[in-house]
Design a protein around this ligand. Structure first.
Ligand code: SF4
Length: 137
């Protein structure tokens, strides 16, 4: 898209976000909600309607079209509202901390699994035992 005379790029007439995933398609809605959140941002930034996007799964080399339905938009907006509530409650405390990760089936397919360690933090006794082993001299 060539820049306009004012040096600013003109607003696009249509946009279609594409999310690239290393793995195969997952059983959960999180990829679709992530893509929908990107669409909501684009709609807000450019004042246009973004009605669909796609997720490309590298493992299967397949692209999956995602329609931003009323239900998916609601699911995404609910997740955003919950995140804002959590952040606001944390920021109002003196010592804000992230909530503990809670292990769920979706965690097994999450790209952050090895960093997040939800099994460890979901099992307080394991966590305490590991912490004792780490920090005992
Ligand atoms: S591994 Fe952590 S970041 Fe990933 S889904 Fe589970 S709790 Fe969330």
């Amino acid at each position: 898209m060539p820049p306009s005379l004012s040096g600013q790029r003109p607003a696009p007439r249509s946009l279609r976000p594409v999310e690239y995933k290393k793995g195969k398609r997952r059983r959960f809605d999180n990829d679709d909600a992530q893509l929908c959140a990107q669409a909501l941002c684009l709609e807000e930034m450019f004042g246009i309607v973004v009605d669909s996007g796609a997720v490309f799964h590298a493992a299967s080399k397949r692209r999956r079209d995602v329609e931003f339905t009323k239900e998916l938009r609601q699911l995404t907006e609910n997740a955003i509202a919950e995140l804002h509530t959590m952040l606001n409650s944390q920021l109002s405390t003196i010592n804000p901390q992230l909530p503990q990760a809670v292990f769920k089936p979706a965690c097994e397919e999450c790209s952050l699994f090895a960093i997040c360690l939800p099994k460890m933090t979901s099992a307080p006794t394991s966590l305490q035992r590991a912490a004792r082993r780490l920090f005992e001299i």
